[in-house]
Design a protein around this ligand. Structure first.
Ligand code: ZN
Ligand code: ZN
Length: 333
């Protein structure tokens, strides 16, 4: 049974509900079409490297081990925000993206710099698939359809933010757990709670914030995992840390942050990623949402360099905040 513990407004609806739409808990001045034009125009002057100019190495991993593993705790970074987490015998996939482009069309839009670090066919039987929001770099139609085919008999649970259930139902996917911020659900294998992020949603020109965006906290026995969706930096992370932490593993975005005047309310900078690691009370974090699609103005390979520079300055031990190679598996002690 779904339960909730979110703040209510005077008319008894949660404060982030506005009619058919959703708003952030720390509202900011939304940027409009002309801001977008200004960004794109300034960008044309900047000589942003083309995606084909990057050569990221693909780490060697062991798909056979991952497929049969139900005892070791592991995390594998497949690329962008896609992770395979194996904890206490439970297999979780986050924001599955295995397609060539982060786009509604597969012939135009941001193209992959590197192939997925694990083929979809090599995934183990999944228990849970987390979806943070409906942007094309996080909710990829082709990947979800193929996952449905490949994992059909196992029928993993899809955890999705409010109003996204229909999108899955339209694909014939029934095993969907749709949660509002601070709502939680307990199953035999895990407990899960949706937490607020500072972001937005849009999948077509006519829809704005009509489906919710979220992060996910999953507890599997004593292990607590926190998956952040896209987000700006707010005091929310201290609150999440206080209410639900400490976390054994956090997955925190580190890329897609320039230019700050355009991005700062919706995407954190690497420095803010490290602040969130501390705010949310993460024992260990890994950096995601980088190195895969050119979405913003910073070089695609810049985030890990900044993270490495800042860690000592911010008193964070080297193995406390980790950036994996594409396809790399880390065994979690
Ligand atoms: Zn997004
Ligand atoms: Zn994103």
């Amino acid at each position: 049974m779904i339960q909730s513990c979110s703040a209510q407004s005077k008319n008894n609806s949660p404060i982030h509900h506005r009619g058919d739409r959703f708003v952030n808990l720390y509202p900011f001045k939304e940027l409009g079409f002309f801001d977008l034009l200004k960004w794109r125009w300034q960008r044309s002057d900047k000589n942003i490297p083309q995606v084909d100019s990057y050569h990221f190495p693909l780490a060697h991993n062991d798909p056979e081990f991952l497929r049969r593993n139900r005892t070791e705790n592991t995390v594998t970074w497949i690329g962008h925000s896609t992770l395979l987490i194996q904890v206490n015998g439970v297999n979780i996939l986050t924001d599955p993206h295995f397609s060539e482009r982060a786009s509604p069309l597969q012939w135009i839009g941001p193209k992959r710099a590197v192939q997925p670090g694990l083929k979809m066919e090599d995934l183990p039987d999944l228990d849970l698939i987390l979806i943070s929001h409906n942007h094309y770099d996080h909710l990829d139609s082709g990947s979800i359809s193929r996952l449905k085919q490949l994992q059909n008999e196992i029928a993993p649970t899809f955890a999705v933010p409010l109003k996204l259930k229909k999108w899955f139902a339209d694909k014939g996917i029934k095993n969907v757990l749709e949660l509002d911020w601070w709502q939680f659900e307990k199953t035999v294998n895990f407990e899960i709670i949706a937490v607020p992020m500072q972001h937005w949603s849009k999948r077509n020109p006519f829809a704005n914030n009509d489906t919710l965006w979220a992060g996910w906290v999953v507890k599997i026995k004593e292990f607590k995992f926190f998956f952040l969706g896209d987000t700006g930096y707010t005091p929310l992370f201290k609150e999440i840390g206080k209410r639900l932490g400490p976390f054994d593993l956090c997955a925190i975005p580190i890329g897609a942050y320039e230019p700050r005047w355009f991005m700062k309310n919706q995407h954190i900078s690497p420095e803010e990623s490290l602040l969130i690691h501390k705010d949310a009370n993460c024992k260990r974090s890994i950096g995601i949402h980088w190195g895969t699609f050119v979405l913003t103005d910073e070089p695609l390979d810049e985030p890990p360099r900044i993270i490495a520079e800042l860690k000592p300055e911010m008193g964070i031990a080297d193995d406390e905040f980790i950036v994996l190679q594409h396809g790399e598996t880390m065994i979690l002690e």
